[in-house]
Design a protein around this ligand. Structure first.
Ligand SMILES: Cc1cc2nc3c(=O)[nH]c(=O)nc-3n(C[C@H](O)[C@H](O)[C@H](O)COP(=O)(O)OP(=O)(O)OC[C@H]3O[C@@H](n4cnc5c(N)ncnc54)[C@H](O)[C@@H]3O)c2cc1C
Length: 583
């Protein structure tokens, strides 16, 4: 038996595992990190259409250039043929001008595209990057059982590699084993969503025409999603010669149709007026990626985890959460959760206070659930009965407004979701200047209302400062939480206070996905108390002043805060008319 001692042992070398292990080594080169991957070499995997929202993580890992140069078709948007009209909903990532939004938050400009990838190649690039950073990757090692200490704490993992048993003892054990959820299953923390129980059948086609090819840019395309009577089809060029085509259908539907997924797949494609003509000269690849298979199936049940960590362990990526692929969110969530996991582990190791360590892990779990919940809320709506595209976009707007304190256009909101911009508001806020002072700089406030630079209507809607005699009224209960914002590029987390308005009164992040969350200081909280209990706006300012808010804050940012609350729909002015009348 081989015995190893390390700081972190990671199970699984997919996007989550490589990201977590690589970032820990990047920021703590002295730590020993072991990664166990059951495959012996590059392995096939579903999940090929990526979102620009994950690009900053790749940049931080130092692997962006390599991936960009690997020849994967660039993805510049997501088009859907869905809903009543039969018309295609066109969504271009470029339309949301993310770079401008980030620049306003003090972050460097970013890339407005992602890629559609052959996963065996993509995942291998990431795993090699982790190795370059000093992660010890053991290929062909299958984790078989967690090791438990006498108090139930996970203290490592037992794995098998060929005939050899490997026991890796670690301060922290990370489950990045994908849907098989090595530890999360062991801990029984998975909550399946009864609303979406699907199954996918897919194959790879050689010689298929691209649905979207941009003249002059043979490497640019989009994912195409098409509703069919049996469910929906994805159409994803993953390299110049090969297109991935999959059918997603309900488990119940498959049963009533006789249980033959391949037959259903063939029928769906043959009957699809958008896709069938693209395949006239195409054929299914017989032995894709050396699997020996030409047709694949995969269960596709959405789940969140009641806990994404526990004593001695954490889960990231699919091991923690999984949302139906309708929005292509899986790999993005894997990178983002692993990024947060790495930052949390690093913070935990340097943190003397047990209470802060508890808060760190609590926030890690919340962060995993909340980012997945945004996609899940939309996916649930998608599979609902409402087939009017505008209602879909409105739902996206509702969900995004919880994070982006801006009343962006509904379709713009939808594009931000399809680009994977879930928690950019908080990432952008982690810009050093905002946090170092412990309070947002008033000059940064326009950022809140014009995060999406082209949505000019925002500025006018934000309007003038409210009259200070007005009586603002908060509409919803609120909860204050300590959360941690990543300081990208530093491997550190910054504790901040967050106020959450409980529109639905539920603490469940799925039902709660549309509830506004704002990063605040103690002055903001005193100000909110003043709004709740004082006779008017002036009383709220007095409460903030009593709590130590300086003059400049009371003069400028307080007004912006009030506007921001009204943009979020959590505050109304009861006495707007009397205040106007008194002028
Ligand atoms: C039908 C379908 C379509 C999808 N389409 C998309 C899409 O278009 N875009 C998108 O972003 N996402 C998509 N996804 C989701 C995507 O596949 C996953 O979210 C993503 O692969 C998660 O990455 P991960 O690193 O968490 O896990 P994985 O990529 O699954 O990696 C886990 C790794 O752990 C290894 N492993 C597992 N168990 C053990 C063990 N016991 N010991 C050692 N190693 C182990 C595995 O070999 C694997 O390499 C789709 C998913 C499904 C089901």
């Amino acid at each position: 038996m081989r015995l190893e001692h390390c700081d972190l042992v990671v199970i699984g070398g997919g996007p989550a595992g490589s990201t977590l292990a690589g970032l820990v080594k990047l920021y703590a080169p002295g730590r020993r990190v072991l990664l166990l991957e059951k495959a012996t070499g590059p392995r096939h995997h579903v999940g090929e259409s990526l979102l620009p929202g994950m690009v900053p993580v790749l940049q931080e890992l130092g692997v962006f250039e390599k991936i960009d140069a690997a020849g994967f078709p660039r993805k510049i948007g997501a088009n859907y043929q869905w809903g009543m009209s039969g018309k295609v909903w066109e969504n271009d990532f470029n339309d949301i001008n993310v770079s401008e939004m980030l620049a306003r938050g003090g972050l460097p400009p970013r890339i407005e595209y992602s890629w559609q990838v052959r996963r065996s190649k993509y995942d291998e690039i990431l795993l090699r990057r982790a190795e370059e950073l000093g992660v010890e990757v053991v290929r062909g090692a299958v984790a078989e059982a967690p090791l438990e200490g006498p108090d139930g704490r996970i203290v490592g993992v037992r794995a098998r590699r060929g005939g050899e048993i490997l026991e890796a003892r670690a301060n922290l054990t990370a489950d990045c084993g994908g849907q098989s959820g090595f530890l999360s299953r062991f801990r029984r923390v998975r909550d399946y969503n009864a609303g979406i129980k699907n199954v996918a059948g897919y194959a790879y086609w050689r010689g298929a025409k691209w649905k979207y090819e941009y003249s002059g840019h043979p490497d640019k395309t989009k994912i195409f999603i098409c509703s069919v009577p049996d469910g929906w089809l994805w159409y994803i060029p993953i390299d110049q010669g090969v297109v991935s085509i999959g059918l997603v259908t309900g488990v119940e539907r498959l049963k009533t149709e006789g249980g033959d997924l391949r037959a259903l797949y063939d029928r769906a494609i043959a009957g699809c007026a958008e896709i069938a003509p693209l395949l006239t000269a195409a054929s299914v690849v017989a032995d894709f990626d050396g699997t020996g298979e030409s047709f694949f199936s995969q269960s596709d049940w959405s789940y969140l985890s009641a806990a994404s960590s526990g004593p001695g362990w954490l889960a990231a990526g699919d091991a923690a959460v999984f949302v139906d692929p309708i929005l292509s969110s899986g790999v993005t969530l894997a990178h983002l959760s692993a990024h947060r996991a790495a930052y949390t582990a690093l913070a935990d190791w340097g943190e003397p206070s047990p209470e802060t360590r508890r808060l760190l892990w609590e926030d890690y779990g919340r962060s995993c659930r909340e980012s997945a919940a945004q996609f899940l809320a939309l996916a649930l709506f998608w599979y609902g009965q409402d087939r009017h595209a505008p209602n879909w976009w409105r739902k996206a707007s509702e969900v995004q407004r919880a994070w982006l304190p801006a009343q962006m256009g509904d379709q713009t909101a939808f594009i931000t979701v399809s680009a994977g911009l879930t928690r950019y508001y908080e990432r952008a806020l982690s810009a050093a200047r905002l946090l170092e002072a412990g309070v947002p700089d008033p000059q940064e406030y326009p950022f809140y209302v014009s995060v999406l630079g082209r949505d000019k209507a925002l500025e006018s809607r934000a309007g003038a400062a409210p009259a200070r005699t007005a009586r603002p009224r908060l509409l919803f209960a609120r909860a204050v939480e300590t959360v941690f914002l990543p300081r990208p590029g530093e491997g550190r987390l910054q504790p901040v206070l967050r106020v959450r308005f409980l529109k639905s009164g539920s603490s469940d992040p799925v039902a709660d996905a549309a509830n506004p969350r704002l990063i605040v200081t103690r002055w903001h909280l005193a100000f909110l108390d003043g709004l709740e209990h004082g006779p008017d706006y002036a009383a709220a300012l007095a409460a903030a002043a009593a709590a130590g808010a300086p003059e400049w804050w009371l003069k400028g940012p307080a007004d912006w805060f009030v506007r921001e609350l009204s943009l979020h729909g959590v505050l109304v002015f009861d006495s707007e008319r009397p205040a106007e009348a008194s002028r």
